[in-house]
Design a protein around this ligand. Sequence first.
Ligand SMILES: [Zn+2]
Length: 458
Amino acid sequence: MAAMNYNWISDLNPKLSNTMVIGIIIGKTDIKHSPARKDARVDRFVFGFTVKDSPDFFINVLVLGSDSFINTMSNSYNIGDVVTIENALVAIKDSEKEERFCPTTPSPYRLILSEFHSQVHHCVDMHTKDRLLPLIHIPVKDSKDFYNLGDIQASGNNLEGSFINILAAVKGIGEMKLFQKSDGCPGQRMEVKLFDGFVSSFSLLCWDREAIKQVQTSVCKGTVIFIADAKITFDSFRNGMTATVNSKTIITVSPDMQEADLLYRYAAEMLESGALEQDDMPLESISAVYTVAQLKGKIQESPETVYGITISFITGFDLDSSVSKVIKTRCTNCKFQVTEGMQYCSNQLCPGKGQVFSSTTGFDLLMDLSDRTGTLQCNLRSPVADAMLGCTTEQFTCLTENDRSALKWKFLLETCKAYVKMFRSTRTKSGFRAVILSCSLVDTDEATQHTSALLNED
Ligand SMILES: [Zn+2]
């Protein structure tokens, strides 16, 4: 393998000529049009990216050129690519301007890459690539310097307008919405919902094409991200604080830090249990009636939560099995399930850590709903279960085995109208989870009505 004479970013200075930098792209901005000055013949276009070549060193690169050059460059190089940059100009950075519009870097310089003097290509040296690829997971700020979502919410307006670092997990990614900006140019917008051990939902807004692309290609539900220099604003529409990705922001996906590992495990557990999905949808707004097979089909097609009503028979309802299978105890602070008799929460990220332990006990059991098209296994929990059964968990634990069996037979094989919420889950065999939002027995007439309507639709 040929030895490569490249420059470390930390060694760059304006006196160097024929520079060669090899680094991984950790941030990238949208293309901007800068109108021709009087002395220039053509309009210029610019975009920027940030490259890193060691755990602590990175630099901003400004790319200048014609429309076609800039478009080709921007399309060819993306966040996560390892690139070789030759003959870029090392310039002293305009601190004030850089501070306002570009990611904060430890370098006093920036690289200027021009159409006719500089070259960029993908690094093909596997040895160098292997060394550089892990750097993308190292946050660009001190890994102790971040806010959790609870701190941001608690700060009220004190953080308004400030740039801060955030560590959070992704709860959901909204669709990209296109619109026309006031200048007539096309704009885009995407909302990412974040959560952590303190806040169950927090909005991160992306208005830049590149930020949206990064989220869409490298982030999914449950991913932990470190957002360096997100802008905090009060959003009157949501009546709360929100964070916005801007040209200073660098998002580190799956950051290499201990707090992120803990948060990742917590996030997986929370998303899996459905505990985050507090019943956000009012029952009145759920009106579509489906067969079991139709519900299963819908969740297979949709990454989003599916709501619907099903008229079916209760074919499984283990009310008379051991109480521990019917009633479960969860930590009040983080909703983690607590093993019976334990007096502490085993979730390392629990916001109630160090405080007096408190837990909530509620129904949490499985119920099978069947119709002629199939069977759907559902989770039935408090307070829905209490309302359906007509008893509290305390009353239930006092029942004799015979009483519990009698209660079970009040429902088993009867026809019910159930409001169901379904969402994707990687830990169930079926790939989804169904949760009962409301369930009541119906008389056969009502059931026949619904069933015949469904049959006619087939
Ligand atoms: Zn807890």
